[in-house]
Design a binder for this molecule. Structure first.
Ligand SMILES: O=C(O)CCC(=O)C(=O)O
Length: 252
């Protein structure tokens, strides 16, 4: 297993060109990187501490599902769904919820500014992890979601493990610090499962990573056919930056 780090530390000045991502998430590490996660990037301090506080305040004013509360009552981890509602039980998108809320606008504007070839995400799932909670190894459906998955970490750090779908011994560990943005595309998106353990304390290159409440915002773009669109899209929306359908969201 490899411990990777966010070596290509991108600052707000650099614009990331997704098509040119070939390097792994790497950094100064005393460990050699034999199985890098191609196609992934971490941007540390993607948002400021003040923005993090404001985001958490906005999120905590809204309703969570999970712990018996629909639409995913069976989940012990609490989630919020924007743009589209995702059913964890059926592993599919079940409902169009309309435009993304305005408190996410500045993040999406920053994606567009900093990442070229970036489609407007039309779905955001907020995950809350209390100490002792994690997420099982999974790959986001290639049929449902577009080629770029973005995950913004808030409040506390965690380690994310990437495990190759064809070779479970091929693993890489990535440190996700609060306020960092993880970009998964290409191989890291389609050839690896990603997971977060339930461990309250983990170690990363000798550094103790202590888990506390962590909230992540995962942005995706729904990809579906016209037929499927009709099944899940109840209402249409006006085009515009936060439009969740039509203009840039749906394509085969
Ligand atoms: O919490 C994260 O950073 C990842 C979330 C995730 O993998 C998911 O929602 O599918």
């Amino acid at each position: 297993m490899n411990s990777s780090n966010s070596s290509e530390h991108f600052t707000s000045q650099n614009k990331i060109k997704l098509s040119s991502i070939t390097s792994p998430v790497t950094e100064i590490s005393h460990l050699s990187l034999n199985s890098p996660v191609d196609g992934s990037y971490i941007i540390d301090e993607f948002i400021t501490k003040q923005e993090e506080i404001e985001l958490i305040n906005s999120i905590d004013l809204r309703e969570w599902s999970g712990n018996g509360i629909p639409p995913n009552p069976e989940m012990r981890r609490r989630t919020q769904h924007y743009g589209y509602e995702f059913s964890y039980r059926y592993r599919k998108v079940v409902q169009n919820l309309g435009t993304l809320p305005t408190f996410l606008d500045f993040i999406i504007a920053r994606f567009i500014k900093q990442i070229s070839e970036m489609e407007y995400p039309n779905m955001c799932i907020v995950n809350e992890y209390q100490v002792g909670q994690g997420i099982m190894p999974h790959m986001d459906s290639a049929e449902l979601f577009g080629p770029v998955i973005l995950s913004l970490s808030l409040l506390s750090p965690c380690l994310m493990t990437f495990t190759h779908t064809q070779d479970s011994s091929n693993q890489s560990i990535v440190l996700l610090r609060p306020r960092s943005l993880l970009i998964m595309t290409k191989s890291s998106r389609f050839n690896y499962k990603h997971s977060i353990s339930k461990d309250a304390i983990e170690y990363y290159n000798g550094e103790e990573i202590k888990r506390d409440r962590r909230v992540s915002l995962t942005f995706r773009t729904i990809v579906t056919s016209k037929d499927e669109e009709e099944k899940i899209v109840g209402t249409d929306c006006k085009s515009g930056m936060r439009c969740t359908t039509k203009s840039n969201a749906f394509h085969l």
